[in-house]
Design a protein around this ligand. Structure first.
Ligand SMILES: [Zn+2]
Ligand SMILES: [Zn+2]
Length: 251
């Protein structure tokens, strides 16, 4: 018997030990690629044929109620009426959809299903929700909590921001907003604690580059509005104009 397989295995083992993280990433990527072949190409809502890169069939996706409304992140975070606010400029967030069960299927697959490619078809949906005359100079993403980033391997808001920037033909700046202090996970906190948790928690990595720019900050779902409000604050603190855009509003 040849020694070669033993040696090859030994080398592979050494390589894996040296670059265990790279190996884990590669395996996860391969597993996702294989999964996308193995997944039934069926719409999870109605069972009809569907493009795996879109998840839902066209009919189910078109049935998601459009919103295309500007919501005030600050009013939302403080429990006030978020529609039609004129008191808080620079906190406006445009939402494309109402977060119904179909939108939830998409967002869930995008966030937890290891399918960031779904964002490519969703970016244009977000872009279409923006008012016709709106112009932006840069597209940012809402940073993902570090614990979630480690677990997931990607930030779904960044994947959406890439696609929105592409659809709008606006420059994308990934990683432009950073966390300046540790925060706890929002989902585990009550309303007041959520506000305190993220207030002032973000800043622009290079504020001097943002003066006078019009910045669009993208996230997947708007729920309490606290995190997006804190990100918009960081953009305005850098002397830029801020607006937000999300796929869906979970009322
Ligand atoms: Zn369907
Ligand atoms: Zn407001």
């Amino acid at each position: 018997m040849s020694q070669a397989p033993v040696n090859a295995a030994g080398l592979a083992g050494a390589w894996a030990r040296r670059s265990g993280k790279a190996m884990a990433r590669w395996l996860a990527g391969t597993a996702r690629a294989l999964e996308s072949f193995a997944l039934p190409q069926r719409c999870p809502e109605c069972g009809s044929a569907a493009d795996p890169d879109r998840l839902l069939c066209d009919r189910c996706r078109e049935a998601i109620p459009p919103l295309r409304l500007e919501l005030c992140a600050r009013c939302l975070a403080h429990g006030s009426e978020p529609v039609g606010c004129r008191r808080h400029p620079g906190r406006g967030v445009w939402a494309a959809w109402v977060y119904d069960e179909r939108a939830a299927l998409l967002v869930h697959a995008l966030k937890y299903g290891g399918r960031p490619r779904l964002a490519q078809a969703l970016g244009p949906v977000i872009a279409a929700a923006l008012p016709a005359g709106a112009r932006f100079d840069l597209v940012f993403e809402v940073p993902l909590h570090p614990a979630r980033l480690r677990e997931r391997g990607y930030n779904q808001a960044a994947a959406l921001a890439d696609a929105v920037a592409g659809a709008l033909a606006v420059p994308r700046w990934s990683g432009a907003l950073i966390r300046v202090r540790p925060t706890r996970e929002q989902a585990r906190l009550g309303p007041a604690a959520r506000r305190a948790n993220v207030a002032g928690a973000f800043r622009a990595i290079e504020p001097a580059a943002l003066g006078g720019r019009r910045v669009l900050v993208v996230d997947d779902v708007l729920t309490t509005g606290n995190t997006l409000e804190a990100c918009l604050d960081a953009v305005r603190d850098a002397g830029a104009e801020a607006a937000g855009a999300v796929l869906a509003w979970a009322q």
